[in-house]
Design a protein around this ligand. Structure first.
Ligand code: ATP
Ligand code: LTN
Length: 336
């Protein structure tokens, strides 16, 4: 039992879908923040494969990508001896709690979700009920671990608000069952945009690979993509409205170098976009190089990955099952 004077260490949880090869957007917007947060707080991080099947996936590819994303979580520097790292489908409590929470979520509030609107437009032939209920499963992920903080990119803010609403509603009926989570959105990199269409977020499921830098792209591929990024005709490196392409490259450069927008403007004063793009490309290559090198070593060790997944699922289940049991009792399920 924790004493009143002893402050509970805050808990954080986040997940990433194995729906493709993770992008620079996933890295700068989310993954990069995770290891320092895991040092400071009690962390749990998952590969959200249940979420991934809201869009049709090829089984062999999904299996491979799940192992790859798990390896990536290790490659970014999360330590499985200190942090829980697991695959969502290996912890049945996620699907179980999601069902209960579905019954505490209104059709109307789900219909307002912008990601659902975007994804149902992109996959008009498969607007399934899972895609609609996606934020409820995400709420289950978070609430099972009683997470205080959820580090995500800005695109997930609306889903975090729904998770808070569901938790508050449930607590309002049954007493304090769930911790109310807060989103943790990093200052820079919160929204990395497509290099080809800077009004759209960079996404790993984007069919146009030219707009997306994958975490595993070779240096020359990264250079080529940055050099062909869409800009404008002003030829002046400055952060301003209407300069979405340059703003995006400046944001990326800022994340990789730690420089502010003013410092970047100063660095490239009097220089053209050509020079700027070369520096952005180099900075991205250097940012991703250590991750890619560690990843190459980890992905080839399947026995180690299996061990991490098994240990992670066991630790995650220990926490998740406790919350699930509490919920089952509260709603009135008979537990003999
Ligand atoms: P999909 O394209 O399959 O929808 P995704 O890449 O958009 O996937 P996830 O795998 O679910 O999304 O995201 C993992 C994390 O990366 C989330 O915290 C999300 O907010 C963040 N993220 C995704 N894309 C970006 C982006 N372009 N900029 C900043 N953060 C992002
Ligand atoms: N929907 C999220 C991925 C995700 C997630 C979560 C993030 C699934 N479950 C729980 C934080 C907490 C996304 O980023 N697209």
């Amino acid at each position: 039992m924790e004493s009143v004077t002893e402050q509970r260490k805050k808990k954080i949880l986040s997940c990433i879908q194995p729906s493709g090869i993770p992008t620079l957007g996933n890295y700068l917007g989310a993954l990069k923040n995770w290891p320092p947060l895991a040092e400071e707080f009690d962390g749990a991080f998952a590969v959200a494969d249940l979420h991934a099947i809201t869009v049709r996936q090829e089984p062999a590819k999904l299996r491979r990508q799940t192992a790859e994303v798990l390896a990536l979580l290790l490659a970014i520097g999360l330590d499985p001896d200190k942090t829980i790292i697991f695959v969502q489908s290996q912890v049945p409590a996620h699907a179980q709690l999601a069902w209960v929470l579905n019954c505490f979520t209104q059709f109307g509030e789900m219909s307002r979700m912008t990601q659902f609107k975007d994804k149902s437009a992109a996959h008009a032939d498969n607007v399934n009920v899972g895609l609609f209920a996606y934020p409820v499963l995400m709420a289950a992920d978070i609430l099972l671990y009683q997470a205080d903080l959820v580090p995500v990119g800005a695109d997930q803010k609306q889903h975090l608000e729904i998770a808070r609403d569901i938790a508050n509603r449930f607590n309002g009926i049954y007493g304090d069952v769930f911790t109310i989570p807060d989103a943790y959105i990093g200052k820079s990199g919160e929204r990395v945009m497509s290099l080809q269409n800077p009004e759209k977020k960079m996404s790993k499921s984007d069919p146009n690979p030219k707009g997306t830098i994958s975490i595993f792209d070779a240096p020359e591929v990264i250079m080529k993509k940055v050099k062909s990024a869409v800009t404008d005709s002003e030829a002046k490196v400055r952060f301003a409205e209407g300069k979405d392409g340059i703003n995006n490259l400046m944001g990326i450069y800022s994340c990789c170098t730690g420089l502010s927008m003013e410092e970047i403007e100063r660095e490239f004063d009097g220089k053209g976009y050509g020079d700027f793009k070369v520096r952005v490309g180099e900075a991205v290559v250097e940012e991703l190089r250590p991750v890619r090198e560690r990843y190459e070593r980890i992905i080839s060790d399947k026995a180690y990955l299996k061990e991490v997944a098994e240990k992670g699922a066991e630790a995650a289940s220990g926490i998740a099952d406790r919350t699930l049991k509490k919920v089952m009792k509260k709603v009135g399920f008979w537990i003999p």
